[in-house]
Design a protein around this ligand. Sequence first.
Ligand SMILES: [Zn+2]
Length: 214
Amino acid sequence: MNSREESVKERIEGWTPRTRLGKMILEGKISSIEEVFTEGLTIREPEIVDVLLPDLQEEVININLVQKQTDAGEKSRFKAIVAVGNRDGYVGLGSGKAKQVRTAIEKAAINARLNITLARRGCGSWECGCGKPHSLPFEVRGKCGGVEIVLVPGPRGLGLVASEAAKIILGLAGVKDCWTRSFGSTRTVPSFAYAVFDALRKTYSLVTPAEWVR
Ligand SMILES: [Zn+2]
C-alpha cells in the first residue's frame, strides 16, 4: 500500500459523515454512485467517493510553484492539479495549494473527488460503428481560460491521440480511442486539463439528435 492509498484508508476509517448523503451512505441506504447521480445529489465529502468508488485511481497532472509578494516578503506555495477516475465513466479534476508539495497534492485529490462527474462514452466514430463504449458518443468541446479543446470520437484501436495531460484524464474517464484538437494557450497545463474535463462534463449536458425523437 502506498502513502496515498493509506491516507484514503485512514480517511474512511475515521469518517463521521457531516452531510445527509454521507449518513445515508454509512447507513447503507445508498450503496452506489449511480444512485447519487440519478438522484442529482451533491457530494460534499470526499469519503463518499472513496466508499462508493473503491477502485478510484489518482494521478498528479501538474505541480506549479506560485509566488506572491506580501508585506512580509515573498510567499511561495505549491499548486497541484490532480485527476481521479475509475476508468469506467467516473472522472474528477481538482486543484490544491499549500506550502508543501505533499499537502498540495492531498488537497487537490480531495477537490477532485468533490468535482467527480460522469462522462458519457460511446462509439461516435463513423469509421467504426461497433456500438461499444470505447470512445465518445459525439464530438464535444471544452473550454477553460484561454484554452479550447475538441474531443473527436475515433475508431477502436486508435488509442488516445492527445497530449500527456489529456491522455491521463481521458484514460481515467475510461475513454480509450479519440482524437483531440486544441486551440489557444495549450501549454498552460492547468487550463488545458480543465478544458478536457469541461468537455467530458458536457457529454451529459448535450442532447444528441437520436434523443430528440424520444
Ligand atoms: Zn466503435
